[in-house]
Design a protein around this ligand. Structure first.
Ligand SMILES: *[C@@H]1O[C@H](CO)[C@@H](O)[C@H](O)[C@H]1NC(C)=O
Ligand SMILES: *[C@@H]1O[C@H](CO)[C@@H](O)[C@H](O)[C@H]1NC(C)=O
Ligand SMILES: *[C@@H]1O[C@H](CO)[C@@H](O)[C@H](O)[C@H]1NC(C)=O
Length: 344
């Protein structure tokens, strides 16, 4: 079945509404249990919004406003994909209840499409959808897991959703690193982590995974490399992460990237990551502590960057002019910072 047909199938199922009442009953019961758990002093961080009677009314009002706005400029097909809060709730029920991968997958696709609209990100959260989708991450089925990651990625373009999704970041990070190299599920995880790190707020949660990210970068195919670079760039732009980046272990093969006929864009983007780190590190202030960086760290790699640079700048190098200019400039700046006394 194609995606469109699957989504259509779920939507049709919703209209018929088979089993939906039981679903909603379950959902309501789940919420009540949540409430009780919290009353007992359980974790307050669970998605609790569905609890208050006002939430659903708010969600409905918000949806009505948004639907009106969308309908004004709607294309004839858009009605198929924009679901009402009631319908979204049913889809969430399916996600929560269904054990059949193809139903889960279809429900997740319908949710993901809806989460592409900003107003639905709030509604799905208000309906208690974040923990329901996040729970799917425990599945072993990589296709279902990938779909859940895509839904979370679309939902994560929202500050409040990010605040609630941060509790799943470690799990997503571990899953991403241990997934099969270059797989779709790994890429989906990397995209979610990238979206979760567009602001500085939750970046520190990845501090211990930077070595693994460099490993994925070195071993992965071009698509993996680009996605890891986006994530590393987010981290490198944040001065609070500079030390964590320099401390990370990098694979020895990172240097050989510069000899190979590597994609020019990958080398240039990696240089931007390095430049940000170089610019953000307070070299003079940190001089006494530089001995803390151990062999194999990014710090050491940069210290020996001259070797890579020589290969790129060498007469027989195949690299193009722009790459050479950028590498030359970066090397000069790095040398100035790292070896200030050796400059004449
Ligand atoms: C996620 O949102 C984008 C738009 O931001 C949309 O193009 C895409 O189809 C959505 N993903 C899924 C799985 O629905
Ligand atoms: C979030 O991720 C999606 C897919 O990777 C991307 O299209 C979108 O621009 C990202 N949003 C932000 C705010 O970075
Ligand atoms: C991932 O891509 C790299 C580079 O193309 C390749 O060497 C590696 O074997 C791939 N790994 C898997 C598991 O497909």
């Amino acid at each position: 079945m194609g995606y469109a047909r699957k989504v259509g199938w779920v939507t049709a199922g919703l209209v018929i509404g088979a089993g939906a009442c039981y679903c909603i009953y379950r959902l309501a019961r789940g919420r009540k249990q949540n409430k009780e758990k919290m009353a007992e002093g359980g974790p307050g961080d669970v998605d609790d919004v569905g609890d208050c009677p006002g939430a659903r009314a708010r969600a409905r009002a918000r949806a009505t406003r948004a639907r009106r706005a969308v309908q004004k400029r709607a294309s004839p097909n858009s009605d198929d994909t924009i679901l009402s809060p009631q319908e979204l709730q049913k889809v969430l029920c399916l996600v929560e209840m269904s054990e059949k991968p193809y139903i889960l997958e279809a429900a997740l696709i319908a949710l993901g499409n809806n989460a592409a609209y900003a107003f639905n990100r709030d509604i799905i959260r208000d309906l208690g959808g974040l923990p329901i989708v996040a729970k799917i991450l425990n599945t072993r089925d990589p296709i279902v897991k990938e779909k859940a990651l895509i839904v979370l990625n679309n939902l994560s373009v929202n500050a409040e959703n990010q605040r609630r999704l941060k509790i799943y970041m470690n799990q997503v990070c571990d899953d991403t690193i241990t997934s099969r190299l270059n797989s779709s599920v790994q890429l989906a995880g990397l995209r979610l982590l990238t979206n979760m790190t567009v602001t500085n707020e939750y970046q520190h949660m990845l501090a211990n995974s930077i070595s693994d990210l460099f490993r994925l970068f070195s071993a992965g195919n071009e698509e993996t490399k680009f996605q890891v670079l986006k994530l590393l760039l987010n981290l490198a732009e944040n001065p609070a992460m500079t030390r964590e980046l320099l401390r990370a272990q990098v694979p020895s093969s990172l240097g050989s990237l510069f000899n190979k006929k590597e994609n020019k864009e990958i080398i240039l983007k990696l240089l931007v990551v390095f430049e940000n780190i170089n610019d953000n590190f307070k070299w003079e202030e940190n001089e006494p502590t530089q001995s803390q960086f151990i062999q194999g760290s990014l710090f050491f790699f940069l210290k020996q960057f001259q070797v890579c640079a020589d290969k790129i700048l060498g007469i027989e190098s195949h690299h193009d002019f722009l790459v050479k200019v950028k590498v030359g400039k970066f090397m000069a700046k790095l040398a100035e910072n790292m070896f200030p006394n050796s400059q004449e």
